[in-house]
Design a binder for this molecule. Sequence first.
Ligand SMILES: [Ca+2]
Length: 352
Amino acid sequence: MMNSTKTHSLFFVCLSICFLCFFSCTETDDSKDMYSLHIQGNSSLVKSGSSLQCTYQMNKKTSLDSLAIIYDGSKIQTIAKPDTLFSCPIPDSVVGRKSISIKFYSEGKMEMHTKHITIVSDVRVKLKKTHTIRMYNHDSEAYTQGLEWHNGVFYESTGQYGFSSVRKVDPETGKVLIIKKLPETAFGEGLTRVGDSIIQITWKSQIGYIYRADNLNKIGEFSYATEGWGLCNDGTYLYMSDGSEYIYVYSLPHITKIKQFPVYDHIGAVSFLNELEFINGHIFANIYQTDEIVEIDPRTGKVLQRFDLSGILPDNFKHRNIDVLNGIAYDSENNRIFVTGKNWPKLFEISL
Ligand SMILES: [Ca+2]
């Protein structure tokens, strides 16, 4: 027969186990989120400068003192004793994927919930037709990948393995004044002039070349991590495209990557950004495989205007090797814009 002391001990051990189990279960309940956050509407299509309607649900009986709204890492607003439906103001700034976090403050505790949203441009862009002002000759064997105007001549980069080059071209005749061939392994892409130098990038070899602008003698090389498509500069930064919706920003003169930003219109991301040109504070980009050029604000990534160049090359100049529109150049002294295409026999001055 079990003595009464042992019976009592066993009883207390069992009681203790039940007690511990109860409190550990209660602790698990305590760790459950006090709040749930919901964003109303389409979080993948939030207009820059608009307001996002948010709601929260209280999963535990508590007293909410205030909440703070954190947008893209910065606090933008605090609301005391908020209603369950509240507005999150979206700053009129940079487009793309952003985070929005809500910090709930209640009874000395803070709980944060984060959602990801996509900010599109608030600028509703319509396709605008361009007009040809003048037509020039262009080398119909130049697979144009980069075009720039400086001091009365065009600087041009051409592509294709075994045929890539950098060249200086007389605008009036289309005659090639100086040409330097690239290695067989390099596929020439975007090109831009910085001071007395011409900078050219290549498609997949992640190597860029630097030349003297006067004689196109190579004076340096540099590397980068993406594909190289288009290139332009504003005197302080180089802007590079890689066929995606991103533009990569490099500092000058040492070509060091600073950042990248995505380009969006009012519908979504604008990808296949190709040849670039910097004109009056904005970046102009060919959209690969289309007859369109977009105008981009480099401070926000928003598309400001969209231009339709379809039909610019008359049918009687088309031949079997004609490829897509590519190449934008700007003569800032005379405010002239030029465009051409891959293997196009003509080059055009246009008005936007
Ligand atoms: Ca250009």
